[in-house]
Structure formats: C-alpha cells, structure tokens
Design a protein around this ligand. Structure first.
Ligand SMILES: Nc1nc2c(ncn2[C@@H]2O[C@H](COP(=O)(O)OP(=O)(O)OP(=O)(O)O)[C@@H](O)[C@H]2O)c(=O)[nH]1
Ligand SMILES: [Zn+2]
Length: 362
C-alpha cells in the first residue's frame, strides 16, 4: 500500500507550485536543481535562491534569439544571473513587454557546462503552467534531502519529461443533454485529462452515425473572441457558424479545446496582444515571448473523437496543420469544410499573417 502521489500527480503538483511562485526540486542523475518560475519572482525568493548557489535563468531559444543571447543548449539558454541583478532584471529578461523601450538588455553570458535537462524540464513545466517560459535554476548537491527539509515538491526529471510529452489519458467524466439555440438535440460531454490539466468539452449535435464521416470542428478556446466579441480575431463568429451549420444539418460534433491563445494561456495571450500593439504580428509576438507559433496539442482532439467513436470527419477548418495532425493520429479527414466568417477591419492583418505564415486557406 502506498499513498504517495504517482508521477503524473507529482507533475501536476510541481506545475501548481511553480504557478504559485513556490520553488520545486528537479532531480536528475547529472545534478539536481532548485527551480522557480521567473514570472512574479519576489525579492525574498531570489535572495533565498542565491543562498543556495549561483543562479541561472533558463529561457527558450526563441526568447534568447530576441535578446541576442547564446543558446548553447539548442532549444534553450541558461543565462548567468549577475550578482547585481534584482527581480527587475529577471522580469525584463523573461517578459518582452519593455523590449522596445529598453532594447539593450545584454550583454548576456550563458552557461555551457553541465546538463541542460533539468532546465528543459523547468521550461516545459512553466509552459504547462501557462506562465512565461522562463525559470530560475540553482544547482544543488542533494535535492531530495533539500526538498524534504523545506517541504518542497521533488520531481524525477527523467521520468517526467517523456510523460509530459505523451498525451495524458482523457476520461469522459459526464455528458448531459443541453438544448441549444441551433438545435434542441444538443449534448455536452466533459473530458478530463489525468495529468491535472484543463478539461475539454465536446458538443454533440443530434446523434451522428459513427459509421459515416461526421461534420466536426476543433475549436480552440478564445475567451476574448468567444465571450466578449473581440474584433481582433475570427474565433467567435467561427464558433457560432460551426454550431449553426451542425444545427442545420442535424448532426455534428464541436470540440471545445481549452488551449487558450494557441496553447500559451490567458495571461500570455494578453502579453502577445500588448506586443501586437507595439507593431509585432501574431507569430512574432509568440516568438518574442519565448513560445513557438502554435503550442497546441491536437492529439487531444483526435483522442476525444476516437473516444466518442468517430473515425472519420468532415473537418471545418482553414488550417492545413489541423488536417495533417488529425491524419497523423489516425482520424480520416474525408473533406475540408471551409469556415471563413468574421472578417473585420481589426482582424484583417491577423488573418493575412495566418495565411502567409501558417498556410491558412482564407
Ligand atoms: N497566441 C495567440 N493566440 C491567438 C491570437 N489570436 C487568437 N489566438 C488563439 O488562436 C486560437 C484560434 O484557434 P482556431 O479558431 O482553432 O483557429 P486556427 O488554428 O486558425 O484554425 P481554423 O480556425 O480551424 O482555420 C485560439 O486559441 C485563440 O485564443 C494571437 O494573436 N496570439
Ligand atoms: Zn480568438
């Protein structure tokens, strides 16, 4: 009998700690580290980390490129945090908000020695906590002992990294009838991943025949567009047009995937919007923040479709990557159903960038 949390549960706990600004211990054969999310780091915590040893700031190669810092570790850089640097320095490196007003942030020196794997895990955890992808790290001698002494969560990096890259199993927790304006025959399913991540929803309209391709939409959450009527994107009109077409045909399935801001989270999407007001396009803004163009995991959508018994879809999308990801995951896309609605003066540039840089068929 063991009441100890499993590895997926430990990952969830580590993520929650980082989000709260609590340090965590990452255990690794080549050397343990204490890690702390850079976002919102307090003076006291930074001082505590310095007591443990030399502090480094792990950032993604995307962010390093913007800062003209060397990324010796390929996908990331471990910057030396100067002894004189305070929390303002950490925030300014992690967050591009004032890049234009303070363009000369360097020069930076980066760590070359030692394994970058714990730093990589810290960044993956920060991303999955929907924080800025930047983490303070300090190498420590006996991480497990330190964690026990201070009541910190300790995580084995070698087990956690591959598990985080895998798709977390999803359970169909509950489904219930919800009459909708587009169709009385609406049913909403709630899917919950076993890694403590966000729940996703499936809206089933009618009773689609599982033997035939179903009219399907994979919608990514957009709180500004879906709820507030934002004119900066086309999400709200796409959501409503997709449901309306399913209502007209009598059958369909709309997945509402909680991957806000193409998977970077609410706060980071608003940071991206703020950068867009400084003149960067949607892709450049993601890169400056340290993210890839698109951080979504469409395996989730494919897994939900399969769980519901759907093997082939008529996919409502303009995004060729969505079609490719479905096919990769064994969902046959028999037809692409275009979904071009909601063009506004304010989103013309956004849509043009999607067409130019992401290959959208608009
Ligand atoms: N990071 C970031 N995310 C954005 C921005 N504008 C919209 N989003 C997010 O982008 C996602 C839009 O997803 P979808 O509607 O599935 O659009 P898509 O991938 O372009 O594909 P289709 O609509 O199927 O053609 C949502 O998660 C939005 O929150 C932005 O400027 N930056
Ligand atoms: Zn949107």
């Amino acid at each position: 009998m063991s009441l100890a949390p499993s590895l997926p549960e430990r990952i969830a706990r580590t993520r929650a700690d980082l989000r709260m600004g609590v340090p965590v211990v990452l255990l690794h054969g080549d050397g343990d580290v204490v890690a702390l999310a850079a976002e919102g780091v307090s003076r006291a915590r930074l001082a505590d980390l310095r007591e443990l040893g030399a502090v480094h700031l792990a950032i993604t190669a995307r962010r390093a490129t913007t800062l003209s810092a060397r990324a010796y570790d390929g996908d990331l850089a471990r910057l030396n945090v100067p002894a004189s640097a305070g929390v303002e320095w950490v925030e300014a490196v992690a967050d591009p908000a004032d890049d234009l007003t303070h363009p000369m942030k360097g020069p930076f020196s980066s760590l070359r020695e030692g394994s970058a794997t714990p730093a990589r895990a810290a960044l993956a955890l920060a991303k999955s906590a929907r924080l800025l992808p930047a983490a303070l790290i300090v190498a420590v001698e006996n991480g497990a002992q330190l964690a026990a002494e201070h009541g910190l969560t300790a995580l084995q990096v070698d087990g956690a990294l591959p598990l985080m890259a895998d798709l977390a199993p999803l359970a169909d927790v509950i489904h219930a009838r919800v009459p909708l304006s587009v169709s009385q025959a609406g049913r909403v399913h709630v899917f919950r991943p076993d890694d403590g991540g966000e729940e996703h929803f499936a809206v089933e309209i009618g009773r689609p025949d599982r033997e035939k391709p179903v009219l399907a939409r994979l919608h990514s959450a957009c709180f500004t567009g879906d709820l507030f009527g934002s004119l900066k994107c086309d999400c709200g009109p796409q959501l409503h047009a997709a449901l309306a077409q399913m209502g007209e045909e009598g059958h369909g399935v709309l997945l509402y995937l909680n991957q806000e801001g193409r998977g970077i989270g609410h706060a980071n999407k608003m940071r991206a919007y703020s950068l867009q007001d400084q003149g960067f396009d949607t892709v450049e803004a993601n890169h400056r923040l340290g993210f890839e163009d698109d951080e979504r995991d469409f395996r989730i959508g494919a897994a939900i479709l399969k769980d519901m018994g759907f093997a082939s879809v008529r996919l409502m999308t303009n995004n060729p990557a969505k079609i490719a990801r479905m096919e990769d995951q064994g969902i046959t896309v028999t037809e692409r159903v275009p979904l071009v609605v909601g063009k506004t003066a304010q989103n013309a540039g956004y849509l043009a960038t999607k067409a130019k840089k992401s290959g959208h068929m608009l």
